[in-house]
Design a protein around this ligand. Structure first.
Ligand SMILES: NC(=O)c1ccc[n+]([C@@H]2O[C@H](COP(=O)([O-])OP(=O)(O)OC[C@H]3O[C@@H](n4cnc5c(N)ncnc54)[C@H](OP(=O)(O)O)[C@@H]3O)[C@@H](O)[C@H]2O)c1
Length: 254
């Protein structure tokens, strides 16, 4: 049995709590958060507290708070013997106040409160300064996912940067697409099969080989017409920048 204390009550805290709660070999002993309203999600399922000076003993502490608050919050755990981890893609393990037993438990996926997700396929990137602790984190991660990786802090930084491109930036482009549809009184539903096919293709073949569109074909008249249609100056800039990047990438190789 691995005992866990979760610090934070946001997206990651709630998803990890839910998936751990289904495991007989994991016991979430306590959830600690400054947000008493959000703590009500965990109430009656485990012990909850807003008092950071009253954190219980556990094998693993999972700090699931904003990246910028990880170091501050970890100060409350500096005298704990258990493994003190955070869940961030971009923060170094060394940012945790040194208790001599630090680690990382980073699930590489996008999580939103209330949005159900299956953990089994989510890569969990683990890191630990002690070999024994790495084994414990691997055991914990393997209980919820079939995809567990040892990833160093510098590798994780690169992974997170790549994730920003494939997830955050792509999603911003989806929202520009949705806005254009709204303005033309079209349903965004029309674009959903295209979104799914693009994502499926990127997973199946090298995205470099999957590229299509006017910039790749160098259809200048079409690109000019698109730029004229766009009213929002920021979106014009994004269109021009991305089209240039695509033209350059494929121009050299043709
Ligand atoms: N969401 C994702 O898709 C995702 C994926 C992988 C990794 N992560 C990582 O997981 C961590 C948590 O992300 P999240 O999406 O769960 O964030 P979130 O939903 O915004 O929740 C953040 C939590 O941190 C608390 N918090 C913020 N500043 C604090 C401080 N100074 N002291 C104490 N508590 C503080 C918040 O309390 P309040 O409610 O009071 O503000 C809240 O409970 C981050 O390191 C993030 O990089 C997120």
């Amino acid at each position: 049995m691995i005992s866990v204390v979760i610090i934070g009550s946001g997206n990651i805290a709630q998803h990890l709590f839910s998936v751990f709660s289904k495991q007989s070999l994991v016991k979430v002993k306590q959830v600690v958060s400054r947000n008493s309203k959000a703590l009500s999600f965990f109430n009656s399922k485990t012990r909850i507290t807003t008092d950071f000076t009253n954190i219980e003993e556990a094998d693993v502490y999972i700090i699931a708070v904003n990246d910028d608050a990880i170091a501050t919050v970890s100060q409350y755990l500096k005298n704990k013997k258990g493994i003190v981890t955070h869940t961030s893609g971009s923060v170094a393990m060394q940012s945790i106040k040194n208790n001599g037993n630090r680690g990382v438990f980073y699930p590489l996926q996008t999580f939103t409160k209330g949005q159900e997700i299956s953990f089994k396929e989510i890569p969990i990137c683990i890191e630990a300064e002690k070999e024994d602790s790495k084994r414990v984190l691997k055991e914990l991660a393997s209980l919820i996912s079939n995809s567990v990786y040892n990833v160093s802090s510098s590798e994780r930084k690169a992974l997170h940067l790549a994730a920003v491109f494939v997830n955050n930036f792509t999603n911003h482009l989806y929202s520009i697409g949705a806005e254009i549809c709204r303005e033309a009184n079209l349903s965004f539903d029309l674009l959903k099969p295209l979104i799914t096919e693009t994502a499926n293709k990127a997973a199946l073949i090298d995205p470099k080989n999957a590229q299509t569109g006017p910039a790749k074909r160098k259809d200048y008249k079409t690109m000019d017409a698109h730029l004229e249609l766009l009213k929002n100056e920021k979106n014009k800039d994004i269109y021009a920048l991305l089209s240039d990047a695509i033209k350059n990438k494929y121009g050299k190789e043709l």
